[in-house]
Design a protein around this ligand. Structure first.
Ligand SMILES: C[C@@](CO)(OP(=O)(O)O)[C@H](O)COP(=O)(O)OP(=O)(O)OC[C@H]1O[C@@H](n2ccc(N)nc2=O)[C@H](O)[C@@H]1O
Ligand SMILES: Nc1ncnc2c1ncn2[C@@H]1O[C@H](COP(=O)(O)OP(=O)(O)O)[C@@H](O)[C@H]1O
Length: 324
């Protein structure tokens, strides 16, 4: 029996359960290379894990079934209707993959996954990836696999480009499809405001739009990608102004072309004193850089007042997936 699992009483049956959390992310730099033959793009990404986290409770079942659903005990900050609560759910896929790779008996190793979401769905903040990371950590403890964090991060890469970073957390450069991670120093917290949009954007559709804009010559086509070292330095120095000036995102133009309303909110954030506004990953969530925590609170309130959108002050880096 592992040391992390707790017991709960559901009817007459005591069921072991484990809870894990994992962070959402923003990309403070996202440089995208040309389309590869496998349908992916090489990226040079600078990830920052932020204080908007997902929580997954894994409750043991001995009939081998794996289920996933919204957590009955936690209030989700996002609309659970937007999430596929079936085998396609990234948390479900994580549990299936872990069980298979660890050679566990599919007749006896089942789990009910209860997910409490805070990260906007399909928003470019890696919420589904965080659910997968938290599910990996929770199921690994529940089933006593003995896998290390780097073992979990390796499995995570099979689930999606953003999943390893949510396992690892902090701040990191991501190369390859984003899964080849190198931690970077970020001593003091960076304060941001994230502004979710009404609706989501499909990640592959945004990458396709980038390819299209490059093919027609509207955007330059790079031969390769290089890490944005100015952003890495700004994180190391904990200098919000330098970070704001250096940030970039090759998916911003395609995301805004698909979701033109984002331009107005970007302008509004700057008008309210943000140091910089940018699309988070493939969008449509926006991120604004604030000078400090107080300024982030003020900016979030101002954006909320002017747009009615629930802008959220966050900070990063925060740690990666872990047990509660
Ligand atoms: C753009 C980024 C930036 O961090 O995140 P989001 O904004 O979606 O959160 C990531 O690259 C997304 O990561 P993730 O959402 O895990 O992507 P995956 O499920 O692995 O891939 C979905 C699809 O996105 C495209 N894709 C993804 C990653 C990559 N390096 N090149 C790509 O072209 C491919 O079309 C792929 O089929
Ligand atoms: N646990 C999950 N939470 C949210 N979305 C999920 C989940 N599992 C699968 N998905 C699917 O993945 C898509 C992208 O999810 P998400 O990770 O929230 O966004 P992004 O990739 O933009 O950061 C969603 O539209 C949804 O169809």
């Amino acid at each position: 029996m592992n040391t992390h699992a707790r017991h709960d009483v559901h009817g007459d049956v005591a069921r072991r359960h484990v809870t894990a959390t994992a962070p959402g992310k923003v990309n403070v730099s996202l440089r995208v290379g040309p389309l590869r033959p496998d349908g992916y793009h090489d990226v040079a990404s600078v990830y920052l894990a932020v204080s908007l986290t997902e929580t997954v409770t894994a409750v043991a079942r001995d009939d081998g079934r794996i289920t996933v659903g919204p957590c009955p005990r936690h209030v989700s900050l996002v609309d659970a209707h937007d999430v596929p609560w079936d085998e396609s759910n990234l948390a479900h896929r994580a549990a299936v993959l872990l069980r298979e790779r660890m050679g566990l008996d599919p007749e006896t190793h089942g789990v009910d996954l209860q997910v409490a979401k805070q990260v906007p769905v399909a928003g470019g903040m890696g919420g589904g990836s965080a659910d997968a990371a938290a599910a990996l950590v929770a199921c690994s403890a529940l089933w006593d696999t003995g896998l290390t964090r780097s073992g979990l991060a390796e499995l995570a890469a099979e689930l999606g480009a953003d999943v390893p970073f949510s396992v690892v957390g902090g701040a990191a450069v991501g190369l390859g499809t984003g899964t080849d991670l190198t931690p970077v120093a970020a001593r003091n917290p960076v304060h941001l405001v994230v502004v979710p949009a009404d609706g989501g954007l499909s990640t592959p559709v945004v990458f396709e739009a980038l390819d299209r804009l490059r093919a027609e010559g509207t955007l330059d086509s790079p031969g390769g990608v290089e890490v944005n070292q100015d952003v890495v330095r700004a994180l190391a120095l904990a200098d919000p102004l330098a970070l704001a000036l250096a940030m970039d995102n090759d998916l911003q133009t395609p995301a805004v072309s698909l979701f033109p309303e984002l331009s107005d909110v970007l302008d509004l954030g700057l008008d309210e004193g943000a140091l910089r506004g940018m699309v988070s990953g493939s969008g449509p969530t926006l991120l604004f850089v604030a000078r400090d925590e107080q300024e982030a609170e003020r900016l979030a309130t101002a954006v909320k007042e002017r747009t009615g959108i629930e802008a959220i002050p966050v900070h990063g880096p925060v740690h990666g997936a872990g047990l509660l």
